[in-house]
Design a protein around this ligand. Sequence first.
Ligand SMILES: [Zn+2]
Length: 252
Amino acid sequence: MTVLGDSELDPTDALSSVPAAGSRRGTPAVGRLKFCYGPMDCGKSTLALQIDHNHARQGRQGLLLVRHDRSGSAQISSRIGITRGAVELAGDTDVRGLVREMWSRGQHVDYLIVDEAQFLSPAQVEQLAELADDVQVDVYCFGIATDFRSELFPGARRLFELADELQPVQVEVLCWCGLPGRFNARVRDGVVLRAGDTVVVADTVTSSTPLVEVSTEATDSTTVRYQVLCRLHYRRGDLGPSSPQEGQLRLT
Ligand SMILES: [Zn+2]
């Protein structure tokens, strides 16, 4: 047993009980893969930008990614008006390649922020896990868990399977009854739709977009909108006593 003299003890080192890297062979250093999820308009993008800000303030370098951005110029934008440029991921983009590209330009990547992560392919989620494990990148994914059918998006499903940490985003969106909103119901003519093309959802979930969208699948110019409901009212297809709400429903 080695006894350290007083001169070798650093009383200011509050983390001295944490073993040095060389003595922790059993627990390799890895990054964390985290998925923050919630219904549309629950403040996910705001949280994404807040986390980016917190890391950047500590001198860490991040890369902001977004999948299926509809604004034309790839960005992460929050309802409170903050916007940051982001790299748009295509369906076949290899995220590892993006990070390597940053390295080759001499740019460090400590963390990744991925918005609209539900639209990632399962393979892309696996690439994120690989980046966390192999090159210690912390990955923060933000997105919606379930589509209008209340079934997991493929990207969200893979994140649920692989993420180190799952965090429901503090729900600011309430169902008309006051319970936390959990499902994005697709509504046409006052009826909650249970089947159809998920691409319509994909085109309308961006949190900054209005809830009223014209369905691409409708040939009769019917307007489809989305309404966040609690599970009870999602199951019952009950849109509430005040539906259609002023400014929210537009049937043509
Ligand atoms: Zn409800």
